[in-house]
Design a protein around this ligand. Sequence first.
Ligand SMILES: NC(=O)C1=CN([C@@H]2O[C@H](COP(=O)(O)OP(=O)(O)OC[C@H]3O[C@@H](n4cnc5c(N)ncnc54)[C@H](OP(=O)(O)O)[C@@H]3O)[C@@H](O)[C@H]2O)C=CC1
Ligand SMILES: O=C(O)CCC(=O)C(=O)O
Ligand SMILES: [Mg+2]
Length: 443
Amino acid sequence: MTGSKVTIKNGKLKVPNDPIIPFIEGDGTGRDIWKASVRVIDAAVEKAYKGKKKIVWQEVLAGEKAFNKTGNWLPDETLDVIRECLIAIKGPLTTPIGGGIRSLNVALRQMLDLYVCLRPVRYFEGVPSPVKQPELVDMVIFRENTEDIYAGIEWAGGTEDATKVLNFLKKNFPKAFDKVRFGTKDKVKAYNKAARLKDASADVVVGVGIKPVSKAGTERLVRSAIEYAITQKRKSVTIVHKGNIMKFTEGGFRDWGYAVAEKEFGDQVFTWNTYDKIKAESGEEAANKAQADALAAGKILIKDAIADIALQQVLTRPTDFDVIATLNLNGDYLSDALAAQVGGIGIAPGANINYVTGHAIFEATHGTAPKYADKDVVNPSSVLLSAVMMLEYMGWDAAAKLIVKGIEKSIVAKRVTYDFERLMEGATKLKCSEFGDEVIKNM
Ligand SMILES: NC(=O)C1=CN([C@@H]2O[C@H](COP(=O)(O)OP(=O)(O)OC[C@H]3O[C@@H](n4cnc5c(N)ncnc54)[C@H](OP(=O)(O)O)[C@@H]3O)[C@@H](O)[C@H]2O)C=CC1
Ligand SMILES: O=C(O)CCC(=O)C(=O)O
Ligand SMILES: [Mg+2]
């Protein structure tokens, strides 16, 4: 195989003119999207650099294609190649619900310790939206990508392991165990009797999960979000959490987040913690003035919001949100919900990054959309914009800009895939591959 590897030295990426970039095609619609996208990426690089730069694609297997060819859902070789080459791009991979294999997407993020799931959400002119002013939406989600529910510590209800965990709780943390509503036969029986249920089974079947959230894991995520806000000249970082209910995981995330902001970024930021302190000591007016002065001086505002109200306010007051730092599950919900405001999941890109090792896998926010698989109809823009993020990460901004230009012009001309066409008046419906052609034409 020709091509050279991307390397990293002293935290700086070195990208050759012929970088080997591993790609995973993906399951379901991943197949359609990849075919359309790779042509667009190659065309943009060719147009921007006239043959001086060229990506050398190397297919690596994961998901159904890997299983069918090798009997392994995620072959070691795939990990080895991505580890070596640093930067990769992937399509979505199917995860069964309830049982079966655990998520391969999550496995890749875990194994390469890609702790930031970066999902920018911005409006493109002409995109159909259910909100009145979608152009006000410009947010960047930093979603923690290795802890919380992604740690995957769960035991299936009714198994020996779940019983062991429940017995451990019963013995060591009796008060906590008491809160497990149907954790004993007596509780199940008493309820069934009171409810006069015919099936008076007293089986104890409780699925148990543990959600770890660490100080170190929180700090590296929030640090990355603040560094991004500073370098990209953003106005605020909002820590989104559910710390009122889960005090030591989500609440810990909030507190450690504020602490790392104050300790490591000192006079570059102004936090709501500081605001509260000034308010307690000198009153509200003084606190308001301190905050206004700090923002006028270009400091980044570090604030927080509880997750449920945050989901409402990103919709009703989008300008209050800029960079968002949040835990895994909140970030998962937020990224799909926010995508809806700016045209939907068909135009929602993302990246999974470890800023220390330089490893990064770029991928759309959406999944495999199985009902559309192999029909050549879905919108490839999420993967195309993920490729834009990848090219920017590589420092190939000129090629990135061409893809954005191509997408923008295609949307303004109302030549779009089904997801946009069904919401736009007078639009022409294009297939996934035809939209790819249109973007190339418009670059
Ligand atoms: N990173 C990854 O690899 C991810 C994988 N998944 C996996 O994908 C599978 C399917 O998940 P599901 O919950 O159905 O979510 P999906 O994101 O796959 O699809 C949900 C809906 O979103 C719309 N959609 C998705 N992709 C596109 C696109 N490219 N263009 C236009 N519209 C699109 C379609 O809406 P409509 O019906 O309105 O046309 C589709 O029915 C599951 O196995 C899940 O685990 C899920 C998320 C991420
Ligand atoms: O891995 C999966 O199947 C789902 C992942 C997901 O929803 C996401 O990354 O947003
Ligand atoms: Mg998701």
